[in-house]
Design a protein around this ligand. Structure first.
Ligand SMILES: Nc1ncnc2c1ncn2[C@@H]1O[C@H](COP(=O)(O)OP(=O)(O)O)[C@@H](O)[C@H]1O
Ligand SMILES: [Mg+2]
Length: 318
């Protein structure tokens, strides 16, 4: 029995937010990670050293990259993430800092490994220290989120040193470390910068949703979240036209679609509705984007011409 009192809404929303919805790209990501993890562990057990590999998960903002990596790390019971006694940290994960200079990225990586620099060091020394700490903490994978930032404002020469550093982590003669890079399409600039690096990378893309082909999937997700929220999806939000509007409003991003569905359910809860209707989506989008109905994909007749990405302030197209 669902407690429908208003005071309970935050808890119900939190429960919806904690649902992880899988998709094909995620399954591929997970499978690839599992394979590389097993391979690395087998090599360690056999006392052999082989070059590590890299997985790149590429998708626009709102596609679900950060959620995917967090979920993957959190749901693998075999990963040790900071053992208080041994210090073992199987996966170290951090966003690329700004500015993404080689030195600052190194320094931030060191901090993520639990080591604060006390004095000024050269980039070379910092990265040597990073490698030492990765070994000490027995880190198997290093994850950089927003990895496309490694390429921003870099001269070709700087880019080469970033790429060489990444390669040197994977090729370390004693303790090679696998890389996971998550980022927008600009991440491909880094990958394509160097053929040797490209060869070591397994790229996975979180594709944009399609207004037609993904309509049924969008409606299934909507139905599932409504059910979990204890609401009924009204007939008007189960049509393929509504699905197209919803997908378009989400800038065709999987994660964002879920985020908007949850926000519409919240809107319905706040108005004490039992049936989820178009009006809840319209109101939710109006509040979120601060736009007039003419620019609201849930109302406007020519919704396909609306730039949802810009309205939702998601940044560039990538
Ligand atoms: N697989 C998923 N299941 C449920 N919600 C998701 C999923 N992926 C993303 N989301 C939701 O979509 C939103 C954007 O996801 P996020 O991971 O931040 O995207 P990105 O890192 O690609 O910009 C978040 O609110 C998140 O909760
Ligand atoms: Mg993210």
């Amino acid at each position: 029995m669902i407690d429908r009192t208003t005071s309970n809404i935050p808890r119900r929303i939190l429960a919806l937010r904690s649902i992880f919805s899988s998709n094909r790209a995620y399954r591929e990501f997970e499978e690839r990670f599992r394979y590389l993890l097993e391979r690395r562990r087998t090599e360690i057990d056999a006392d052999t050293v082989a070059e590590a590999r890299c997985i790149a998960l590429i998708g626009a903002s709102g596609s679900g990259k950060t959620t995917a990596i967090r979920h993957m790390i959190a749901t693998r019971p075999d990963l040790v993430l900071g053992d208080p006694v041994s210090g073992r940290l199987d996966v170290a994960s951090l966003p690329v800092p700004t500015p993404a200079t080689l030195k600052f990225v190194g320094q931030t990586t060191l901090a993520a490994l639990g080591f604060q620099l006390q004095r000024e060091r050269t980039a070379q020394t910092i990265w040597d220290m990073v490698k030492g700490h990765l070994h000490e903490r027995r880190t198997l994978f290093l994850h950089y989120d927003e990895a496309q930032d490694l390429a921003t404002h870099q001269t070709p020469k700087e880019m080469t040193s970033v790429v060489n550093t990444l390669k040197s982590l994977m090729q370390h003669p004693v303790w090679p470390v696998g890389l996971i890079l998550t980022g927008t399409a600009e991440l491909k600039t880094i990958i394509n910068h160097d053929a040797q690096l490209a060869r070591r990378i397994y790229p996975i893309e979180l594709p944009r949703l399609d207004l037609v082909f993904d309509a049924a999937r969008a409606l299934r997700l909507l139905q599932l979240y409504a059910e979990r929220a204890g609401l009924i999806a009204g007939a008007e939000v189960t049509t393929t036209e509504f699905a197209a509007r919803l997908i378009h409003a989400s800038a065709r991003e999987f994660g964002l679609l879920i985020e908007l569905v949850i926000a519409a359910l919240e809107e319905a809860m706040l108005t004490e509705a039992e049936i989820l209707q178009t009006g809840h989506f319209t109101a939710m989008f109006r509040k979120r984007a601060g736009c007039i109905d003419g620019l609201n994909p849930f109302v406007a007749s020519d919704f396909e011409h609306i730039d949802s990405r810009r309205l939702l302030d998601l940044g560039g197209d990538a």
